[in-house]
Design a protein around this ligand. Structure first.
Ligand code: ATP
Length: 246
């Protein structure tokens, strides 16, 4: 679905080559400033590249009109702010075209309890769940057909553990339908459990792109994050990660 060839954005991304196919959850891992948000913004077609090539569905990204792009991909930005004094229902109605919110989405994000409240009267995590619903509703018909590109910048930000698991389970189910999910994460334990593939970024360059299984036992994660990474397994093979400064 996505093919990047030597993509550079001056000061933000250096020489990134990457192929990502549909039907998987890809987690972008890297320290602050590594280039995760920049890469997601390029993938969304919202940041011009200075050199290289980006093909989305075999077409150069700059051949798409904004309305066409909005049909294929949705993008959760880290710092989105709604400038209008809307309620949750009004915002989501606008993005869904007034259609019914799918049961799987409603169950994962649990927004019904504050559906009629103003956006300004929500907690940080509640607001994050509303924005997740917003970006998924923008493309829900394409998502249901497994044809969408979901770009999510730190979607776990502000969510409690239960909602983190519910969201990641939903995203895995959407990937199984055929969608491509690309999200940034600072939580290696969650990525171990839910990512199909990790993209490791360091100093705006690509260090590795491989399956979680391949990368867990390598030194690449420690190199990416500039700290020691220890994987702690329980008897069921479930794992948690512990990090230490180098
Ligand atoms: N709007 C911008 N204009 C110019 N440079 C930027 C801009 N936004 C980010 N940068 C720079 O681009 C580089 C990559 O930043 P980016 O936001 O992509 O990192 P990140 O991996 O998402 O970091 P974080 O984990 O802190 O969110 C950094 O050096 C940053 O200072």
């Amino acid at each position: 679905m996505i093919r990047l060839q030597a993509v550079t954005v001056t000061g933000r991304l250096q020489d990134i080559s990457l192929n990502l196919t549909s039907g998987q959850c890809v987690h972008l891992i890297g320290a602050n400033g590594a280039g995760k948000s920049s890469l997601l913004t390029v993938l969304a077609g919202l940041l011009d590249i200075d050199s290289g090539q980006y093909l989305l569905l075999n077409n150069a990204i700059n051949t798409y009109q904004p309305a066409e792009l909005a049909y294929y991909r949705t993008f959760l930005e880290q710092d989105y702010h709604c400038a209008f004094p809307l309620t949750v229902a009004e915002l989501l109605d606008y993005y869904s075209g007034g259609s019914h919110i799918d049961d799987s989405l409603a169950a994962a994000l649990e927004i019904s309890a504050f559906y009629h409240r103003p956006l300004t009267a929500l907690s940080g995590g509640e607001l994050q769940r509303v924005h997740l619903a917003r970006v998924l509703l923008q493309l829900w018909p394409q998502i249901e057909h497994g044809q969408a590109l979901l770009l999510l910048d730190e979607p776990l930000q502000g969510l409690d553990y239960r909602h983190q698991h519910q969201l990641l389970t939903l995203l895995n189910a959407l990937a199984i339908k055929g969608n491509l999910v690309v999200m940034s994460s600072h939580d290696l334990t969650m990525s171990f459990d839910y990512a199909d593939r990790l993209v490791l970024l360091k100093n705006q360059r690509l260090l590795a792109c491989d399956t979680v299984g391949e990368l867990v036992e390598s030194t690449r994660l420690a190199e990416t994050l500039d700290c020691r990474v220890h994987w702690l397994y329980d008897s069921n093979g479930r794992c948690a990660v512990r990090t230490e400064p180098d």
